[in-house]
Design a protein around this ligand. Structure first.
Ligand SMILES: [Mg+2]
Length: 253
């Protein structure tokens, strides 16, 4: 029986997590270990300044008052009897494309599990103006991909960042393997005022730029394809490393 760890950054009660949990039952025994509340944009943070509490909410459902990374660390280290065969993080109700990945708690949970040697997927729904949210589309694809990974494995130190267009499965135009593009937000800092007239800044919203290069994650989503970006744990720029070793070594003597 395959053991599948399911987590997210939106909190244990998030609908995307619950749908994923019920759909992956067909692949083995899933266990939810997720933050007790919304931790979106928590990135890869680890809680070290206070103790963490684990609550068992149901059979195979646990919450922790910490970050997605805390959930993976404590989940694998203390809650699960054995290392899981797979981790799926999601389904995030919002894209994790390009630069989003730097802030993403969804992706960071998958990075943390990859560091522990567990094949991992981050799964996000790339929203448009269209409603409702098509969690089922992302969940069904997640199950299909998970089955393949359980059978074939993933390359060493590599996770998959998956973004699914927010539409019905039969309206999706296939799958694209992509690279991570750039995605910067304009006008993402709002000025607000509290009831006493004091100014505050609220980060969020804004209009993302679109990386139009054909091979990027954003480009795939823009043409209604599922985007799968393989991410390596090692972000070293090897071209720059060679260049620095050759041209800068003498300059820093
Ligand atoms: Mg989120």
């Amino acid at each position: 029986m395959k053991r599948i760890l399911v987590t997210n950054d939106d909190g244990v009660h998030a609908p995307g997590l619950q749908i994923l949990f019920s759909k992956v039952q067909k692949l083995g025994r899933p266990v939810i270990i997720a933050p007790d509340r919304d931790n979106s944009a928590a990135s890869h943070s680890l809680t070290m300044n206070r103790p963490l509490r684990v609550r068992k909410l149901d059979k195979d459902v646990y919450s922790i008052d910490g970050t997605p990374t805390d959930c993976v660390t404590i989940g694998v280290g203390k809650i699960l009897a054995e290392k899981p065969d797979l981790l799926i993080s999601g389904i995030n109700p919002g894209a994790n494309l390009g630069d989003d990945v730097s802030y993403s708690g969804t992706v960071s949970a998958a990075i943390e599990a990859t560091m522990l040697g567990i094949p991992s997927i981050a799964l996000s729904l790339a929203l448009s103006d269209e409603t409702p949210l098509y969690y089922e589309t992302a969940a069904d694809f997640g199950v299909k991909l998970a089955a393949l990974i359980l059978e074939r494995g993933l390359p060493q130190d590599t996770l998959l960042n998956v973004n699914v267009p927010n539409t019905a499965t039969d309206k999706i135009d296939g799958v694209a393997f992509t690279r991570r593009g750039r995605r910067l937000y304009e006008d993402a800092i709002k000025e607000t005022y509290d009831p006493w007239g004091r100014k505050h800044y609220w980060i969020g919203g804004g209009t993302p730029s679109f990386d139009a290069d054909e091979d990027t994650d954003s480009a795939a989503i823009s043409v209604n394809k599922i985007s799968i970006t393989p991410m390596h744990l090692d972000p070293t720029n090897y071209d720059a490393l060679k260049f620095l070793q050759k041209d800068w070594s003498d300059l820093l003597k």
